[in-house]
Design a protein around this ligand. Structure first.
Ligand code: C2E
Ligand code: MN
Ligand code: MN
Length: 406
């Protein structure tokens, strides 16, 4: 199927315009062979390229382009299908925007088009061209340094606890993972993640539990979470626990149970955030919002987890506004390379800023993901890059330190 990819990238320093022309000539041989056509724009700093052809070929050429050392911060802007090529002449022309008059440059680009209709009507590819040529969205270009420009240096503040004995409590354990502000070198809070006694996942813990038993086990497990938090001397930190949204609906008196366990362990509700997964929240929003009222009245904070991964999206925020939104790995993964992920995360950030909702990113694994998110305005992170979840303890945090000039 005729497939289109558009990307934008930043030229490396020390690349001459002359060598660019050679590069295009070499690329043309390959493109011709693969039946890939398109157009390449250059504005002195950024490349903007449209590739079109059979899906496999376009993907394979794009993959090679991503590896090319002559540019960096390659961001995929569009991946789409079309009935015909927009720029179907053989080869890939290099179009230097600086050589043309500002007013006429877009028309000059379009004159190279070979498709009769697509470039006239509201074609998304055309809109991307217009935006690039007119440079109207430059504020969204975050040029991040290479991953190697940071060292991640573990501190020596790991802690663990072994013996947490809680009478007749659910048979479970917890792993703890800090949420940090890397530049402030500060732990913001610590999340308690449910585990089976031997350290298996929450899914393993809930396996076989159905109906009310599932919610009861979810609630009961928090007895252990609070006891462990207390044994780990988390008293000075905020920390968070996860709950199925329906746990508060299905178990009457759940909030009082939580309050009692918190008090027994010398904690206060004001230091605790309860996290709910978005997709589970929206199915019974009315019941859920009344539970939220109870939690808030008791002094807890509320976070929405996995934000953006469910169905409700931003419109969930018309129903109620949590104290925090946690953007999950599904959206974070390779955000530095993906136009759609960047746009969605920027929208979430903007929306949360208007509503004074804190935003954090979870599941950050790569330095580039972290750097992009920092540039976009997020400053609180959880992820393997900084600290992995640790069964019955907290692992050392690896704090980023900028290397001296490479
Ligand atoms: P969550 O609340 O979003 O928790 C973060 C999950 O991301 C954890 O998975 C954690 O191990 C994982 N994670 C953290 N950093 C990274 C990273 O850099 N890369 C990747 N790939 N993963 C990372 P975990 O512990 O398996 O928990 C999965 C989900 O289970 C949680 O997602 C939460 O929604 C749910 N859960 C955890 N504890 C409880 C609980 O006590 N009750 C209920 N109902 N659900 C829980
Ligand atoms: Mn969570
Ligand atoms: Mn998760």
């Amino acid at each position: 199927m005729l497939t289109t990819i558009i990307y934008r990238s930043h030229i490396c320093k020390d690349i001459s315009l002359h060598s660019l022309k050679d590069m295009v000539a070499a690329a043309n041989l390959k493109n011709d062979h693969a039946d890939v056509t398109g157009i390449l724009l250059f504005n002195g700093t950024h490349f903007f390229q449209l590739l079109e052809g059979p899906e496999e070929s376009v993907l394979s050429i794009y993959h090679h382009i991503c590896q090319d050392k002559r540019h960096y911060n390659v961001v995929e802007l569009l991946y789409d299908y079309a009935p015909a090529r927009r720029f179907g002449k053989t080869g890939m022309e290099l179009f230097d925007l600086r050589e043309h008059d500002r007013e006429e440059v877009l028309q000059t680009v379009l004159d190279k088009g070979t498709s009769k209709y697509q470039l006239i009507y509201n074609d998304r590819a055309l809109q991307f061209f217009r935006t690039f040529v007119e440079a109207t969205e430059k504020e969204n270009y975050f040029e991040i340094p290479p991953a190697e420009s940071w060292d991640f240096i573990p501190d020596d503040n790991a802690r663990s606890t072994t013996a947490v004995v809680v009478d007749n409590a659910a048979d479970c354990s917890f792993a703890f993972q800090p949420m940090i502000d890397p530049f402030a070198q500060k732990i913001i809070s610590v999340e308690a993640l449910l585990r089976t006694p031997c350290g298996n996942s929450p899914a393993a813990y809930f396996e076989g539990l159905t109906g009310k038993a599932r919610y009861q086990a979810d609630l009961d497990s928090k007895k252990i979470a609070f006891a462990m938090a207390s044994a780990l001397k988390l008293g000075e930190f905020s920390f968070s626990v996860n709950l199925l949204p329906m746990t508060l609906v299905m178990i009457p008196d759940a909030v009082n149970f939580l309050l009692r366990e918190i008090q027994i362990n010398g904690l206060v509700p004001e230091q605790i955030t309860v996290e709910f997964t978005e997709s589970e929240v929206i199915s019974r929003i009315d019941d859920f919002t009344s539970s939220i009222r109870q939690l808030k009245a008791a002094g807890f904070s509320v976070a929405i987890d996995h934000f953006g991964a469910g169905f409700a999206g931003l419109s969930l925020l018309t129903q109620f506004q949590p104290d925090r939104i946690k953007i999950n790995r599904e959206l974070i993964k390779d955000v530095h390379k993906s136009g759609p992920r960047q746009a969605i995360i920027q929208a979430v950030i903007k929306c949360c800023a208007s509503l004074e909702i804190a935003v954090s990113a979870v599941g950050v694994e790569k330095p580039e993901e972290w750097m992009w998110l920092e540039s976009a305005g997020i400053s609180q992170f959880q992820g393997h890059l900084f600290a992995i979840p640790c069964l019955s303890g907290i692992s050392a945090v690896a704090w980023p330190e900028k290397k001296a000039d490479l």
